[in-house]
Design a protein around this ligand. Sequence first.
Ligand code: PLP
Length: 352
Amino acid sequence: MLNTDTCSIGELSSRLDQLPTFPLAHLPTPLEFLPRFTEALGGPRIWVKRDDCTGLAFGGNKTRHNEILIADALQQGADTVVWGAGIQSNNCRQTAAACAKAGLDCHLVLGRGAPANGPDPVQGNLLLDHIVGASIEIVDEPEGPELDEKIAQAAARLQNDGRRVYERDPKYVKPLAALSYVGCIIELIEQATTADLIFDALYVCSAGSTGAGIALATAALGLALPVTCATPIVWPWDTQAAMIRIANDAAERLAIRTRLNSDSFELTEDYVGPDYGVLTSGCLEAIELLARTEGILLDPSYSGKSMACLIDHIRKGILPRDQDVVFIHTGGTPALFAYNEQFANEIDRPSF
Ligand SMILES: Cc1ncc(COP(=O)(O)O)c(C=O)c1O
């Protein structure tokens, strides 16, 4: 255990390096300045950390998470991973792809969130789940405790069938996944140092491990870098308290003394809109503006909503215009294809 609350990048990296990882990601992901997007918004200077480019079946934040979780599954001697989330889950798509690469079987329990209204369109992430060879069970439940129960039942059934199941109990896996985002911040700070840059604020989409790991790393390194997490979902529990627990469990695993509290990072649920996965006008604007100024795609449930938060904070003057802000792009873009009809109806289509 370190005897200070903060540590150097070298100390933090060497602690992280002791964790087993299964290589999946294209790292370091690029750090890019967004000149035309910045200009369109009238400043501050906006940078993007391209974690949508982590690779593995279209990339995203779960590629980093899975580098640690798949290593853990292999170390435990598992032959099957059971996981689940919403029907357009990026997490499930990347987990299924990671299992394919590691030679593990993957069973997904996907919640459509409402009773079936005809066949489930095999599109976006669900299409990719099929292509990478996951076994798929679709149920009516939305993400949350009832779906978690269905996932646990599927794991028990497969265990009874004689499989060695890596079940990914959230209390156990979320701190492990968070550690991968401690690694992302180390990478980001090294890139910023090389570019002679100091960031004044960081924005990310998270209601769990990603933001917990980011906030833990900034606190552990003693950075004056305010972190804002825009959540994609309103959980039926105190999300910030849950993320603090994840971060502090992760700190314990790293044997560092840093601990988070409710002042350690900002969390906003203001950009979720009517529900998880429902496209909002702010999200649509963010997707169009970034695509049309920089050619970079966001997604309708996660990165689009967190970018809508950043844009709104600029317009409200929460972010001074002479600063440097970094947006961690967590991916999610395959879900765009599952919203094809809505986008076709709602996007602004220029004609010349
Ligand atoms: C694209 C994308 N961004 C952000 C998140 C949020 O991740 P977490 O809440 O685990 O930090 C997810 C979760 O599935 C995601 O798919």
